[in-house]
Design a protein around this ligand. Structure first.
Ligand SMILES: [Zn+2]
Length: 388
C-alpha cells in the first residue's frame, strides 16, 4: 500500500469528533427540493431549479458571508414538520457514519424556526428522535447546541431561552452558541445577559460562540470575557496574539476550525494561512470541522484531507488532534475513554501497516542491489575471464 493511500485510509478510519456543524447547513439539495414540493414552499424566482444546479452553485466560492446566508435561510424555509427535522438529522448521521465520526455536537438555530411559526417542540422532537436512533443503531453519540442568532434582538433570544427550558432540564439540549451574521455589527457583549441566565439556570451547560473569524483576536477575548465561553467557534485569527494563545492553551479552550468554510467565505486562499502549526506549537486544542457541509461542499473527512494536502502531518500529529478533540468534547469521562481507546487502535493498526510497507520497501531495495551485483559479476566473468 502506498504512503498516500495509507494516509487517506488512516484519516477515514481515525475516530472523529465534530464540534462545528450547523444542522440547517446539512440540508442536501435533494431533500431541499423534495421538502419544498411536499410543503408547498415556493422558492425564489432566481433560485436554481434542480438539485444539480444548486449543487453547482454550492461548489463555487461565495462572494461574501451575506450571499452564503441568503442561500442558507432560503433552504431553511422548507423545514416545516417534525418528520422534516427528523429526516434532516437522520440523513446527517447516515452520512457521517461513512466517515467514522463517533461523536458530534450539532448546532441548531431555534430563532430561525420560531420566527417562521414552527413550534419549539416540532424541531426538538425531530432532532432528538434522530439523535437517539443514531446512538442505538450507529453508536454515534451526540449533543445539541442551541445558537442565538446575532442579528436578532436580545428579547428574541430570551424568548428562545424560555421555550428551551424544559429541553435543558430533560438533558436534550447541552450547550449554547452564537452564530450567523457579522461579528463587528453584533459583538459578544450584546448577549452577555442571555449567557449568564442560561449558566445560572443550568450550571452544567457548555458555552461556545462564533468569534475571531471576521475580526481579530480581540473578538475572541471578548467572547471569553463577556460570555464566559470554554470554546471558540472558528477563532482563526487567534494566532495573531501570543498571550491569547497561552491563555487558550492553559484553559484548554478549544478552537473549532472549519477549513473549507474559511476558504469559501473568508479571504483564505491557502490552508497554510490558518497557521495550524502555531496552535500545535503552543498546545492550543483545536478540532477540524465542516460548518455547513452541504453549502460548502465538504463534510469532515474532506476537511481533514484538505489539511493533510497542505500540512502533510504524520499519524502521531493527527492522533494528537483526535485526542484533543475528544478531551474537549462535552461528554462523560467514560465516553472519552472509549473514544481514546478507538484512536489508539487505529494508530496501532496503521503504524504496523506503515512499518510493514517500509520493511517491504527495504527488502525490495536490497533485492535490486543484489541483482545489479550479479549482473556486474556476469559482465566481469565474460569480459575478463572468458576473453583470456
Ligand atoms: Zn458556524
Amino acid at each position: 500500500m502506498s504512503e498516500a493511500i495509507t494516509m487517506e485510509n488512516f484519516l477515514r478510519e481515525l475516530p472523529k469528533c465534530e464540534h462545528h456543524c450547523h444542522l440547517e447547513g446539512t440540508l442536501t439539495t435533494e431533500l431541499l427540493f423534495k421538502l419544498a414540493k411536499k410543503n408547498h414552499i415556493e422558492l425564489p424566482d432566481d433560485y436554481p431549479k434542480t438539485p444539480e444546479e444548486l449543487n453547482e452553485k454550492y461548489r463555487k466560492v461565495y462572494t461574501d458571508l451575506d450571499e452564503f446566508l441568503k442561500y442558507y435561510y432560503t433552504g431553511m424555509e422548507v423545514l416545516i414538520t417534525e418528520t422534516d427535522f427528523y429526516q434532516l438529522t437522520w440523513e446527517l448521521f447516515l452520512k457521517i457514519n461513512t466517515q467514522d465520526v463517533q461523536h458530534i455536537e450539532i448546532f441548531f438555530d431555534p430563532q430561525g424556526h420560531l420566527s417562521r411559526n414552527i413550534e419549539f417542540d416540532v424541531f426538538m422532537s425531530g432532532m432528538s428522535r434522530a439523535c437517539e436512533k443514531a446512538f442505538n443503531e450507529l453508536g454515534i453519540s451526540s449533543k445539541l447546541i442551541m445558537c442565538f442568532l446575532r442579528d436578532f434582538s436580545k428579547e428574541d433570544a430570551f424568548r428562545a431561552i424560555e421555550l428551551s427550558r424544559p429541553y435543558f432540564q430533560n438533558d436534550l439540549i447541552h450547550g449554547i452558541g452564537l452564530d450567523s451574521s457579522s461579528e463587528s455589527e453584533f459583538p459578544p457583549y450584546l448577549f452577555r445577559e442571555c449567557y449568564k441566565e442560561i449558566k445560572k439556570s443550568f450550571p452544567k451547560v457548555g458555552l461556545t460562540a462564533h468569534g475571531g473569524e471576521e475580526l481579530g483576536p480581540e473578538s475572541i477575548i471578548d467572547c471569553i470575557r463577556y460570555l464566559k465561553v470554554t470554546r471558540i467557534d472558528h477563532g482563526i485569527n487567534a494566532y495573531k496574539n501570543l498571550d491569547l494563545l497561552k491563555k487558550l492553551s492553559k484553559d484548554k479552550i478549544m478552537l473549532t476550525i472549519c477549513p473549507i468554510s474559511e476558504f469559501k467565505v473568508q479571504d483564505i486562499t491557502d490552508y497554510r494561512q490558518l497557521h495550524l502549526e502555531k496552535y500545535l506549537q503552543y498546545n492550543v486544542p483545536f478540532s477540524i470541522n465542516s460548518d455547513d457541509p452541504v453549502y460548502f461542499d465538504g463534510y469532515i473527512l474532506e476537511n481533514y484531507v484538505k489539511i493533510q494536502e497542505s500540512y502533510n502531518w504524520d499519524m502521531a500529529t493527527w492522533c494528537k488532534i483526535a485526542r484533543n478533540s475528544i478531551n474537549c468534547s462535552w461528554i462523560s469521562d467514560e465516553r472519552k475513554n472509549e473514544l481514546l481507546a478507538n484512536v489508539n487502535k487505529v494508530y496501532i493498526k496503521y503504524e504496523s501497516i506503515a512499518s510493514g510497507s517500509k520493511e517491504r520497501e527495504s527488502v525490495t531495495v536490497a533485492f535490486v542491489k543484489l541483482m545489479f551485483f550479479c549482473l556486474f559479476l556476469i559482465f566481469f566473468f565474460y569480459k575478463f575471464i572468458l576473453n583470456q
